[in-house]
Structure formats: structure tokens, C-alpha cells
Design a protein around this ligand. Structure first.
Ligand SMILES: NC(=O)c1ccc[n+]([C@@H]2O[C@H](COP(=O)([O-])OP(=O)(O)OC[C@H]3O[C@@H](n4cnc5c(N)ncnc54)[C@H](O)[C@@H]3O)[C@@H](O)[C@H]2O)c1
Ligand SMILES: N[C@H](CO)Cc1c[nH]c[nH+]1
Ligand SMILES: [Zn+2]
Length: 426
């Protein structure tokens, strides 16, 4: 953890280093990922099985999970977890249904009919992470918006370390109505979804979060398929005044640190005493936290506490960092929230821990990381829709606007374009 003070002479140098630190790239995974993708493209299922054996210590006969296996595993999920999944699904569905956009269609003043129709993607792959922890919540966050958009084929991959799967993941699949499931993960799963193998038909777009290997694989298959955004190792930035309970803020920071050694937690505060209290509280929690190995690595290597003179100074810093999650633990969080331009999702007030959004607040938890919130948004129904525009002229409409098209085609030196319009005007 590093402590930065805005009043220090070297603050801007240190802050810029924090901004440009490429955490995902501490181990350069791009070469490894390139090899895995090429191998799966060339050898299909055999390569996927080899990598599954190597990275997930598991030798599957079949990559596909049978209906019976899914039902048996899901049945082992406890009733209270199932009820919580159902509540989460209800809330996520209610929020995402509000995204559904309207088609546009009208006839303009010269009689041209024009419009835009929203069309669902036909087949998508959803990546549900499962290396260090299992993520039934991510399954809901991926699958429900796809269902709402009207995607016909939803294909899910999930790693099964040691051949095991948390029953809650398959119970979540039942809640979301996902049936085509493969027990594979990492770059090999992304390759299988993008290129197809003997047992997995390729998809048109891959969405979902994952570790550095998954994030890099999505980057590299982009173009062959669409992707949502880079949703890599988790991030949280908490803006907190001294009126907060330091223990609450410490838990919030660790809630994201425990995801991945490359996760990042940042606190911005205007009180040095409060900053020290939070640091102490984090250290105390880490002693007994079952996920302490991962969380401590993240805290030691990537956490930062930034001391500002006034919380208003947090806004330009925050917008540069473009974090995945922002918590605003102040009396008037809305006033700060209104100035945020770059963040995946914002949590307002002292009673909105980010973890509520991870599970069942309603908004999606698959969010842009590694500063991609400068140009990308969290997963939504829009990720599963395309727009197709249309145009219809009758002779009179073509006569009205066609001459200008001929003029522009000639100006561009494209006579066939000009001819295809002018021949209809003769
Ligand atoms: N940004 C978001 O919206 C969001 C949401 C949920 C989770 N997450 C992130 O998802 C990630 C989940 O990571 P995870 O590791 O638990 O599960 P994961 O499913 O993303 O990764 C597991 C896979 O990584 C591959 N792998 C591991 N070590 C490898 C190596 N040395 N070489 C090649 N491949 C290797 C294996 O194939 C394994 O199947 C975390 O970083 C978490 O922060 C992000
Ligand atoms: N915080 C993660 C997104 O970065 C999502 C998640 C799922 N389960 C717990 N947390
Ligand atoms: Zn989380």
C-alpha cells in the first residue's frame, strides 16, 4: 500500500505512476495467450482438454455438461442460496428490462422513409469466472441481459478446478435458463467460443469478466467475434470523509482486494487520522480473513491511500483513474456523483457498500477495468443488441435528393455510384 499526499512536491509524478500502472501486465500474459488461442484454433477439443488438464487439474471426457449432471449438482444448492439467487435475478431483470430501446421509423419532409431497428444477436458466449472463487452472481449478470435482449443461443463456459463446481453456479444457470454449458475456463475457453471446436459451435460475441488471461484472450479474439469490454481484475475507489466508521471502509476496500492479487483498492480522504485508522483496520482484518493470501497481495502491491485537502479534489483524480467501482461515503454524495465522468458504477452514501451491487442491487457488476471506463460502460442489454438502419425512396423522393447524390459521387470520382442514381432519374 502506498500513501500519497496531494500536498507533497512529487505528488503528480507519483499519481501519474499510479494511473499508468498496468496491473494486469505484471506477468506478461499476451504471449502465453497467443499460443493458447492458436493451438485451440488448430487442434480444437484436444487442445482445450490439454490446457484444462494443465491449468485446472482436470481431465474431462466431455467438455459439455450433461443435463443430468447439471440437475444433480444444482439440487445440492441450499434453499437459502437458491432463494437469494432468485431475489437477485428478479432485481437484475427489473433493472435491465428498463434498458430496452425503441425502434425509430418515420417519413421525412421529402417522402423518404427511414428508420432504425434493434435486433438481438443470435448467439453469444458468456464467460463465468471460477479459478479462485466461484461466481454464480456473474452468471446472472451475464445471462439475464442476454435473455431480455432476445438472444437465441446462450453458451456458457465456466472453469471447474479439480473437476469440481460450486452447485450454486448450476443453480444460477437454472434460474437464468442457461442450458448449454461447458466446464472449461481461461484463454482456452475464450478460443473455443471464438473459433469453435468439434464439440462447441462458435458464437458471435463473448461477454463476461475474468482474470488477466481471460481479459487478454478477449482482447486478442476481438474482430473474429465481438466482445463487451475488458472486465478484468476488480477495482474499488472509495471517497470517504472522517465521519465514516473506519472498519466499514476497510471491509469495502478488502471486498475487491480479495478477488485477485492484481485487484486494486484506493481510498481518497481528507483526514490523515482517518486514513491511518482505515489502514490499521485493514491490517487487522487481514490477519483472520480466509482470503488473506490474495487480499494481502493486492493490498501490498496495488492499494493506495490518497490524502487530499478537500474532497472536491477527489473528482479530477478519480476521473483520471477511471475505476471500475466508486463509493462516495460523504454527507452529500450526489453532489460529487454529478461530476463523475469516468467510472464503471457509482455507489452513493454510507449505507451502499459496493458488495450490494456485486450481488443484487440491480445494475450489472460486469464492469470496465484497467481505465477502460474512460470509453466503455458496464454490461447491459445493449451489448446483446445491434442496430440495423433502413431507407426507402419512391420515385418522387429519389428525384428530390438524387441529384445531390450524383454531384457528390462525381466529386468523389466514383462514376458507378453516380450512374446507379442518375439512371433512375432519366
Ligand atoms: N470486472 C468485473 O466485472 C469482474 C466481475 C467478476 C470477477 N472479476 C474478476 O474475475 C477474475 C476471476 O479470476 P479467477 O482467476 O478466479 O477465475 P477465471 O475463471 O477468470 O480464471 C481461471 C482460469 O485462468 C487460467 N489460468 C490460470 N493461471 C494460468 C496460467 N498460469 N496460464 C494460463 N492460464 C491460466 C486457467 O485456464 C483457469 O481456468 C478476478 O480477477 C476478478 O477480479 C471481474
Ligand atoms: N466485484 C466483482 C466485479 O468486479 C463482482 C463480484 C461477483 N461476486 C462478488 N463480486
Ligand atoms: Zn466483488
Amino acid at each position: 500500500m502506498q500513501l500519497l499526499k496531494i500536498t507533497d512536491k512529487d505528488f503528480s509524478v507519483k499519481f501519474q505512476t499510479l494511473v499508468s500502472d498496468r496491473r494486469e501486465a505484471t506477468v506478461d500474459v499476451s504471449g502465453t495467450v497467443r499460443e493458447i488461442l492458436a493451438d485451440v484454433k488448430g487442434r480444437g477439443d484436444a487442445a482445450v482438454k490439454d490446457y484444462t488438464s494443465r491449468f485446472d487439474r482436470y481431465n474431462p471426457q466431455s467438455l459439455h455438461l450433461s443435463e443430468t449432471f447439471i440437475a444433480e449438482q444444482a439440487a445440492q444448492c441450499s434453499a437459502d442460496v437458491k432463494a437469494a439467487l432468485e431475489l437477485a435475478a428478479e432485481r437484475i431483470t427489473a433493472f435491465h428490462q428498463k434498458h430496452l430501446p425503441q425502434d425509430i421509423g418515420y417519413t421525412d419532409a421529402v417522402g423518404v422513409k427511414l428508420g432504425l431497428n434493434w435486433v438481438a444477436l443470435s448467439q453469444v458466449g458468456i464467460y463465468v469466472p471460477g479459478g479462485r472463487a466461484s461466481y454464480p452472481s456473474s452468471l446472472l449478470m451475464n445471462a439475464l441481459p442476454a435473455k431480455i435482449a432476445g438472444v437465441e443461443r446462450i453458451v456458457m463456459t465456466v472453469p471447474m478446478p479439480g473437476g469440481e463446481i460450486n452447485p450454486a453456479v448450476l443453480a444460477a444457470a437454472q434460474v437464468a435458463g442457461v442450458t448449454e454449458i461447458y466446464g472449461i475456463g481461461g484463454a482456452q475457453a475464450i478460443a473455443a467460443l471464438a473459433y469453435g471446436t468439434e464439440s462447441i459451435a462458435p458464437v458471435d460475441k463473448i461477454v463476461g469478466p475474468g482474470n488477466a488471461y481471460v481479459a487478454e484472450a478477449k482482447r486478442q479474439v476481438f474482430g473474429t467475434v465481438g466482445i463487451d469490454s475488458i472486465a478484468g481484475p476488480s477495482e474499488i475507489l472509495v471517497v470517504a470523509d472522517s465521519q465514516n466508521n473506519p472498519d466499514w471502509i476497510a471491509w469495502d476496500l478488502l471486498s475487491q482486494a480479495e478477488h485477485d492479487p492484481s485487484a486494486q483498492s484506493i481510498l481518497i480522504t481528507d483526514s490523515e487520522i482517518f486514513a491511518q485508522q482505515v489502514i490499521k483496520a485493514v491490517e487487522k482484518i487481514l490477519v483472520d480473513l480466509p482470503t488473506t493470501e490474495v487480499a494481502s497481495a493486492s493490498w501490498q502491491n496495488y492499494a493506495a491511500v490518497i490524502l487530499v485537502s478537500d474532497l472536491a479534489q477527489s473528482i479530477p483524480l478519480l476521473n483520471q483513474l477511471a475505476p471500475e467501482h466508486v463509493e462516495l461515503c460523504t454527507d452529500n454524495p450526489q453532489q460529487l456523483a454529478n461530476q463523475i465522468k469516468c467510472a464503471g458504477s457509482v455507489f452513493l452514501g454510507r449505507y451502499t457498500p459496493e458488495a450490494i451491487g456485486d450481488y443484487l442491487g440491480g445494475p450489472n457488476h460486469v464492469l470496465p477495468t484497467a481505465r477502460s471506463a474512460r470509453f466503455a460502460s458496464g454490461l447491459s442489454v445493449y451489448d446483446f443488441l445491434k442496430r440495423i438502419t433502413y431507407l426507402e425512396c419512391d420515385l418522387q423522393a429519389l428525384q428530390t435528393i438524387g441529384k445531390a447524390a450524383v454531384t457528390l459521387a462525381e466529386a468523389e470520382g466514383l462514376p458507378a455510384h453516380a450512374g446507379s442514381v442518375s439512371i433512375r432519374l432519366q
